[in-house]
Design a protein around this ligand. Structure first.
Ligand SMILES: NC(=O)c1ccc[n+]([C@@H]2O[C@H](COP(=O)([O-])OP(=O)(O)OC[C@H]3O[C@@H](n4cnc5c(N)ncnc54)[C@H](OP(=O)(O)O)[C@@H]3O)[C@@H](O)[C@H]2O)c1
Length: 247
């Protein structure tokens, strides 16, 4: 059990990093509100958490829809009365070279990875200000710090998450709101992320890279738990965490 039970909202919690973090934080005694588009997966994860005597509810949520994200925040407030942690985690990484012209993929990355994070902040920050406490965990990537061929748009969205997080941190520090901001930048993690790469050349290369290097998402969950469990006068603002063998 963590020292104190917190209400934690996680977007993109139907698989991968979000699912692993929800399960770990629930096992530590926190109250989880999990969100994504696939309802069946969310139902299964809530059932798994309840089987271990944890507490969780879910909301089918599309982070590209502001009303949907606001409804998620309202569910947390209605069910548990507060929002202690909001994890902006939903994201996708369909790499491709610009010449392929995959404009749909570019737009989806901008909508989910960037706009979705802004909508999360918009939905949760007023409640945190009222509470005079809270924490955002914004999931960026090592791709926020370096760019490679095929990853231009993804890196742009993740660098954007980093910039948004730092500005939010400064604003909340200046306001004395006691709202902490943590941006976490993982390296290669074995999740469904690569399944959604639409360009076959990129997918082949990424499958082989992930087979060789990726670590399991529970490693990221453990790191996030550490950032949440610190006393509220102390914030880990940035974490880069990657497989030891990843170059
Ligand atoms: N795996 C890695 O190597 C790695 C490295 C660095 C950063 N990251 C970041 O980590 C985050 C989590 O990804 P993951 O690796 O865990 O991949 P994942 O298993 O594919 O999880 C992505 C999650 O996002 C959700 N999602 C996608 N579009 C959504 C939308 N419009 N509204 C709500 N939820 C949506 C998906 O659920 P539904 O399909 O059910 O909506 C899923 O739960 C992403 O931001 C990713 O960029 C991953």
């Amino acid at each position: 059990m963590s020292e104190e039970s917190k209400v934690v909202v996680i977007t993109g919690a139907s698989s991968g990093i979000g699912e692993a973090t929800a399960k770990l934080l629930a096992a530590k005694g926190n109250k989880l509100v999990i969100a994504a588009r696939r309802e069946k997966k969310l139902q299964e994860i809530v059932a798994d958490i309840e089987k271990e005597n944890g507490q969780a509810v879910y909301a089918v949520t599309d982070v590209t829809d502001l009303d949907s994200v606001k409804a998620l925040a309202q569910l947390a407030l209605d069910k548990f009365g507060r929002i202690d942690v909001w994890m902006n985690n939903a994201g996708l990484m369909p790499h491709s070279e610009f010449i392929k012209g995959r404009v749909e993929d570019w737009n989806r990355m901008i909508d989910v990875n960037l706009r979705g994070v802004l909508y999360g902040i918009n939905a949760a920050l007023p409640a945190m200000r009222d509470q005079k406490a809270g924490q955002f965990i914004n999931v960026a990537s090592v791709a926020a710090h370096a760019v490679h061929s095929g990853g231009g748009v993804y890196s742009a969205t993740k660098a954007g998450v980093w910039m948004i997080s730092e500005a939010l941190r400064q604003e909340e520090a200046a306001a004395g709101s006691n709202v902490r901001v943590t941006v976490i930048s993982p390296g290669a993690i074995a999740t469904e992320l690569v399944d959604h790469v639409t360009d076959s050349d990129q997918k082949k290369a990424m499958d082989s890279y992930y087979d060789q290097f990726a670590i399991t998402p529970d490693r990221i969950a453990t790191t996030i738990a550490t950032a949440i469990d610190l006393p509220s006068d102390t914030a880990i603002n940035e974490i880069v965490v990657r497989p030891s063998r990843q170059g």
